[in-house]
Design a protein. Structure first.
Length: 291
């Protein structure tokens, strides 16, 4: 069910629910760029485990109204309003990739509302706005351009948006045969028609309002988070692939050591797309159920 919540400042936040509608509420924060749309149909794993998976569009993505000059901590106010609107007192959060810092912000700011938070292939704080040296070159360039030459990366996203709208078959074929910058482990999730249709749906929705947030949010993620993870008291589970080159594990290992109540799950040979692996996805959800 796709719908929106009208916030107190007049903005809309889009969301969709998967799984067991009477189950344990878990909010899902997508990557950057991304959207609330995760599956072509319902998520049978969430449904089987008794998880009510509430996937949100951040401002400027999908059905959500943009918010100029937003910060990580601003998002926590939106999340609290959404939970109140849905009459949910306590819930858990999964933050994936670029959604991880937003999940960490909620763990810091909303400790009384949360059971636990899972940081999955999460981004980490940048030092003086600089990308980690272990990050793959393509990602380094994207973050650099988002900060220093946003018009260039916007042109690239406009071309991708046109391709999705005008020639989806070519988009699918390019992703099936391309993405050589990704690890073989990650490329396996971009091979079947269903996988590629899911990617098209997800990215098409990310571009629904405009391509602006696809550039604004990476620039935001290079800025200081505005809080210290040392002050997080909510239980945190870190899930990270040891071969992740989009969000290097070395930075996450250092960050996890600073979080007081943190359990780490480092997965040998795995890359960045952990939630696309059914076994890993099931383990992430099962861990939340035990909190």
């Amino acid at each position: 069910m796709n719908t929106t919540v009208k916030l107190s400042d007049g903005r809309d936040i889009g969301f969709i629910e998967y799984g067991d509608k009477n189950g344990l509420p878990v909010m899902f924060f997508h990557g950057t760029p991304g959207s609330r749309l995760l599956f072509l149909e319902d998520d049978e794993i969430s449904k089987t485990l008794g998880i009510r998976l509430i996937s949100l569009d951040r401002p400027g993505f999908g059905l959500s109204t943009p918010k100029l000059g937003r910060s990580l901590l601003d998002w926590t106010d939106d999340v609290k309003e959404i939970a109140d609107h849905l009459s949910i007192n306590k819930f858990s959060i999964i933050g994936v990739s670029g959604g991880g810092p937003f999940a960490a912000a909620c763990a810091y700011k909303l400790p009384l509302r949360l059971h636990s938070v899972a940081l999955v292939a999460s981004g980490t704080p940048f030092h003086n706005g600089k990308t980690p040296k272990e990050m793959m070159t393509a990602n380094k360039i994207a973050f650099f351009l988002a900060r220093k030459a946003p018009w260039l990366i916007k042109a690239s996203y406009r071309a991708t948006k046109r391709l999705l709208e005008e020639n989806p078959e070519k988009f699918m074929e390019q992703n099936r045969k391309g993405n050589k910058h990704l690890t073989a482990w990650d490329r396996q999730f971009l091979q079947t028609d269903d996988q590629l249709k899911g990617l098209m749906m997800h990215m098409g929705e990310a571009f629904r309002v405009s391509i602006d947030e696809c550039v604004n949010e990476p620039a935001l993620l290079t800025k200081p988070w505005g809080f210290s993870v040392k002050d997080i008291v909510v239980p945190i589970d870190v899930w990270h692939g040891e071969a992740d080159r989009l969000a290097p594990i070395s930075r996450m290992m250092k960050l996890a050591q600073q979080i007081p109540n943190c359990h780490t799950h480092y997965i040998p040979e795995a890359g960045h797309f952990l939630t696309d692996d059914d076994d890993i996805w099931r383990n992430i959800l099962q861990t939340l159920l035990k909190k």
